[in-house]
Ligand binder design. Structure first.
Ligand SMILES: Nc1ncnc2c1ncn2[C@@H]1O[C@H](COP(=O)(O)OP(=O)(O)OP(=O)(O)O)[C@@H](O)[C@H]1O
Length: 216
């Protein structure tokens, strides 16, 4: 796998390259079109695509509920739609956005993984390069989705809130072990922040001279 990343309801483009796709499975081809991101004909729209954008909306936290924070997003998983509700000067202005897949506030980590991530991991094991990254405003659930909610494992089993990265890694090892395959796995863990890239697995402590809290 090229990468599993967390970038900053979150969108998760997943993009296997060189992967034959049926137009039935994925309805949009972001590679084609008129250069504006819009496909210029139905025929082009029906070509296979290699980018999917998945929207996940997190539930309100206890604190947000206590403060009676209004919900401004409504998800329709079946229609793959998200409605952003706005009331401006007593006028209700709703805007609807359609995604390749929508996971509402009640969605569980395993749902997202089984339906949208696991097939991509299988493609990696078939030799395709894939990228899965989380993108969204601060506090929208990128870390929770990608890494997990922090519950402890019990009896060697993942907690229910384990995120996409541990689940993907487990699937890779389980599949390779089941195939009795001979394999090597390489992991890099990089942080790109303010145009600076840091190798978070670097052993050399001198790479973090200004930040004592950072462990290599
Ligand atoms: N699907 C979810 N179910 C329950 N709690 C969630 C969910 N998604 C996020 N949360 C909780 O919401 C809070 C914010 O989520 P998180 O830290 O993952 O956001 P983030 O997008 O990574 O933010 P930042 O960009 O600031 O790092 C956390 O307390 C997290 O546990």
């Amino acid at each position: 796998m090229s990468s599993l990343k967390k970038g900053g309801g979150i969108g998760m483009p997943v993009s296997p390259s060189h992967t034959p796709r049926s137009s039935e499975k994925f309805g949009r081809d972001l590679r084609s079109g008129d250069g504006t991101g819009h496909s210029s004909s139905k025929q082009e729209k029906d070509k296979g695509v290699n980018v999917q954008v998945i929207l996940r909306c997190r539930p309100l936290s206890e604190e947000e509920m206590r403060l009676r924070t209004p919900e401004v997003i409504s998800c329709n998983e079946h229609r793959r739609e998200v409605v952003a509700m706005q009331n401006i000067a007593n006028k209700q202005i709703d805007r609807t956005f359609v995604f390749d897949k929508v996971f509402g506030p009640a969605s569980q980590q395993k749902d997202l993984f089984n339906q949208s991530i696991s097939p991509i991991v299988n493609e990696v094991l078939e030799g395709y390069n894939c990228t899965i990254f989380a993108y969204g405003q601060t506090g929208t659930g990128k870390t929770y989705t990608m890494e997990g909610g922090g519950r402890k494992a019990k009896n060697g089993e993942f907690p229910s809130d384990a995120g996409m990265i541990p689940r993907s890694v487990r699937q890779i090892f389980e599949t390779l072990e089941a195939q009795c395959a001979e394999y090597t796995m390489k992991v890099t863990f990089l942080e790109l922040y303010n145009e600076e890239i840091t190798d978070l697995l670097a052993l050399d402590e001198s790479r973090f001279p200004d930040d004592k809290s950072r462990k290599p």
